[in-house]
Design a protein around this ligand. Sequence first.
Ligand SMILES: N[C@@H]1[C@@H](O)[C@H](O)[C@@H](COP(=O)(O)O)O[C@@H]1O
Length: 266
Amino acid sequence: MQVIILPTPNDVAQYAANSVVDVVTENTNSILGLATGSTPIALYDELVSRCRAGLLSFKNTKTFNLDEYIGISECHEQSYRAFMNRHLFNLVDINSANTYVPLADSLDPEVLARNAKAYESEIERSGGIDLQILGIGVNGHIGFNEPTSSFASRTRIKTLSKSTVEANKRFFTKGEFQPHLAITMGIGTILESRAILLMATGKGKAQAVKDMIEGPLTSMCPASVLQQHKKSIVILDEEAASLLSLKEYYLWCEEKRQQLHEGNLL
Ligand SMILES: N[C@@H]1[C@@H](O)[C@H](O)[C@@H](COP(=O)(O)O)O[C@@H]1O
């Protein structure tokens, strides 16, 4: 796991944008895994600006989102499909037919299970995800893989934890139905991505970040599984990194990596 600590959330977004640009320009048919939540919004804003400036094109890119709520329609402004359309898909040159978000617009468990299975098949048919973007929940969840999710899990229906429902309450108006279920890529599915980039910003994420990087490998902190991935990069701002015991070491590692890269080590 590579841990990169940067001064501000904007630096985190810039770093993540550079990584996405590298993947998309190296292979114009690349497959991206995308996340929702407030953290990646600054990344999407940056990608939109670069695309509008002609520095980047998503013409042949395919995307797979991590998750979608069950119980609200795709047209609901809090659906993850609507979120992605609003923050990225409608603002860049991507072909909307190449943007996949789990289909969760049914209340029939059999239909939902079939949709989840079909999502897995579609990822596989596409050749797998080149770069998966992740955020992290305050309880260490990734996608909607809540604590105790199996590390071998595949795309499936998942019940949200009370703390996740609470954290996402701010997006729904008072008295409005708020989903307690979602379809999410499984942890096993996420781990098959060729590279993973997790972004975390703000003090509220500091404990989850510490558990993910320095805690034991445990399903109580689903993000800790990234310790086992061969190419996982965690990009943090100072606040999110504030509880790390080995913070100085991670900064030192980046300095050495940079010096080696620039032929400047001796
Ligand atoms: N399913 C999403 C996650 O993918 C996201 O990482 C998390 C944190 O969101 P935020 O970035 O708003 O803290 O929110 C939701 O639960």
